[in-house]
Design a protein around this ligand. Structure first.
Ligand code: HAM
Length: 423
């Protein structure tokens, strides 16, 4: 039997890869405008990093990590997300000492989670994410959210919804935590074993449980909003005020807790509201993680960021019937008739390419008709025809495929003639 691709992964083939390239270019472009610089970190990290940052009571750490022991008996993990690695790198390279602050970084790369594959949920997926470290200004929260929303807008998406919540600072979270324990403890035996373990370690995680989602105690659980202290409340209001000033609509959801442990204050998700999008509607998520840098061994430093997966973004584009302006076509196909002309055509495509023109020719000894078909298949904008006769006269015939018009050009001006038309 032939070997097949692992479950939850996909090959991105020519024809589709252009969409990915387009999206990645747009991501880099928006980061340029918002002044976020690219960072590339390893695909794997020490497992300890994710235990400490993502949190050992989260589904990601408990059930979804690709962890292995290397030949040196080290426990390593394929990164399930980007934030932890960026923060690790930030601390390791002492970026907090850089002159330009806050440190604003972005990344595009594959992440790995051992999840049950379904529409929009892969085991290898590509995240585009940004992280801003070193500022406690609510304006940077608004900036991160604005970048995310503008990115979707720039690609043409209309049916996206921003959902916002605050998890408050440590003090607020502590009060909320106690309230949650009191709420769930008397009936915790009705919950799954994961939730029972979470009660003492991290009761907030119970609210994120996929199994017990329908339990009546879930909908009546105390919401963090009631436990925000004054400072947290003011911070949250400021973020909302800034978003309103930027004309970025949002919905507040006091039950939005996110699936990772490092968050404080602002958390948000962006959902697709497009019809037929499927069950998983979250396109991206993020939030503030003020304790994380310290957790990873650095100085106390605030941070905020978000990440989206390109897989879900493509689904949203499809659901909204948006075609990205990517071109598969080539500029010029050189059709050759006869041995001598064939050799000359090889030189011509070489010269065209050197001049910046996308050029192609036949390599399968096709008849003229089949060469024209091949030119059609690659959607050539111009087809140049070189026969023995033309070669003798040092000319070449050029057909504009959009108008059907034909012209003859001198061979020595051919490259600049085509270049002028297409570049
Ligand atoms: P997350 O919510 O776990 O957050 O993931 C962010 C986004 O990654 C999701 O909204 C979704 O688009 C995509 N995603 C997650 N899992 C999958 C999957 N199995 N298949 C396809 N797409 C997926 C984080 O990862 C945080 N690091 C975000 C962040 C950055 N927070 C602060 N800074």
């Amino acid at each position: 039997m032939s070997i097949q691709i692992p479950r939850g992964t996909q090959d991105i083939l020519p024809g589709t890869v252009e969409l990915w390239q387009y999206i990645e270019t747009q991501a880099r472009e928006i980061c340029r405008r918002y002044n976020y610089k690219e960072i590339r970190t390893p695909i794997f990290e020490h497992t300890e990093l994710f235990l400490r940052s993502v949190g050992d009571t989260t589904d990601i750490v408990q059930k979804e990590m690709y962890t292995f022991t290397d030949r040196g008996e080290r426990s390593l993990t394929l990164r399930p997300e980007g934030t932890a690695a960026v923060v690790r790198s930030y601390v390791e390279h002492k970026m907090y000492g850089d002159a330009a602050q806050p440190t604003k970084l972005f990344y595009i790369g594959p992440m790995f989670r051992y999840e049950r594959p379904q529409s929009g949920r892969y085991r290898q997926f590509v995240q585009f994410g940004i992280e801003a470290l070193g500022s406690n200004d609510p304006a940077i929260d608004a900036e991160v959210i604005a970048l995310a929303m503008e990115f979707y807008k720039s690609l043409g998406l209309k049916h996206v919804k921003l959902v916002l919540n605050s998890l408050g600072d440590q003090e607020s979270r502590k009060a909320h935590r106690e309230a949650l324990v009191n709420h769930f403890a008397p009936r915790i035996h009705e919950f799954c074993s994961d939730c029972q373990a979470r009660l003492e370690k991290n009761p907030l995680r119970i609210l994120d449980c996929k199994k017990d989602r329908g339990h009546e105690l879930m909908s009546t659980a105390p919401s963090i909003t009631e436990y925000l202290n004054e400072g947290s409340q003011q911070y949250y209001e400021k973020v909302q005020q800034l978003l309103t000033m930027m004309n970025i609509p949002f919905e507040k959801d006091p039950n939005l807790v996110r699936g990772l442990d490092y968050y404080q204050h602002t958390v948000f998700e962006i959902m697709s509201e497009a019809e037929g999008f499927g069950a998983i509607t979250t396109l991206s998520g993020g939030g503030r993680y003020n304790g994380l840098v310290q957790e990873v061994g650095g100085p106390e430093t605030p941070g905020i960021g978000f990440a989206l997966s390109i897989e879900r973004l493509l689904m949203a584009l499809e659901a909204e019937s948006i075609t990205l302006p990517v071109s598969q076509s080539i500029d010029c196909y050189v059709v050759a008739l006869g041995e001598q002309a064939k050799d000359y055509a090889a030189k011509l495509v070489f010269e065209l390419r050197k001049a910046g023109v996308t050029a192609e020719k036949d390599y399968l000894d096709r008849k003229v008709k089949a060469q024209f078909k091949a030119a059609d298949r690659v959607q050539a904008k111009y087809v140049a025809v070189l026969g023995e006769n033309e070669l003798e006269r040092s000319v070449i015939n050029i057909k504009d495929m959009s108008t059907g018009e034909q012209e003859e050009a001198a061979l020595d001006t051919f490259v600049s003639y085509v270049a002028e038309k297409v570049l």
